[in-house]
Ligand binder design. Structure first.
Ligand code: THU
Length: 131
């Protein structure tokens, strides 16, 4: 699966977003080394702080299925917006622990995508080895 396919898959995931408050649907898709994909989308709540972002749902779902960072090839995060959607601070902290710092993260919209990683998105990250 190439990055464009992964972006398309993440847009498919965004179809299940539950966004009655923001009306901003986000999709995410983890690509695993075994060729499988794991979807995530944002699920909002009337208590806004209880909302869960698409990328955290996708990475948590992957871990819930028993996969770990070494099993992951890439993560796509998509939304129909400009500039490209970019993970919030909480997601950056979570992803910095659950993804290898060099695992490609594809940020996409309908027209194009860019490839980054956690090292770029969260420099000098706080990780378990710091404890
Ligand atoms: N959101 C995500 O799911 N991922 C991001 O990377 C950015 C923000 C969601 C949270 C909320 O449901 C909506 O987008 C507006 O912030």
């Amino acid at each position: 699966m190439n990055y464009q396919d992964l972006v398309n898959e993440a847009f498919a995931a965004s179809q299940n977003a539950y966004t009655p408050y923001s009306h901003f649907a986000v999709g995410a898709c983890v690509l695993l080394k075994n060729g499988k994909t794991v979807h995530g989308c944002n699920i909002e709540n009337a208590a806004y702080g209880s909302t869960m972002c698409a990328e955290r749902n996708a990475i948590f779902a992957s871990y819930c299925q028993g996969y770990r960072k070494d099993d992951i090839i890439a993560l796509a995060i998509v939304a129909n917006c400009s500039p490209l959607v970019s993970p919030c601070g909480a997601c950056r902290q979570v992803l910095s622990e659950l993804l290898d710092p060099h695992t490609p993260i594809i940020l996409g919209c309908k027209e194009y995508y860019e490839v980054t990683n956690m090292e770029e998105l969260l420099p000098r990250m706080f990780i378990g080895e710091s404890l």
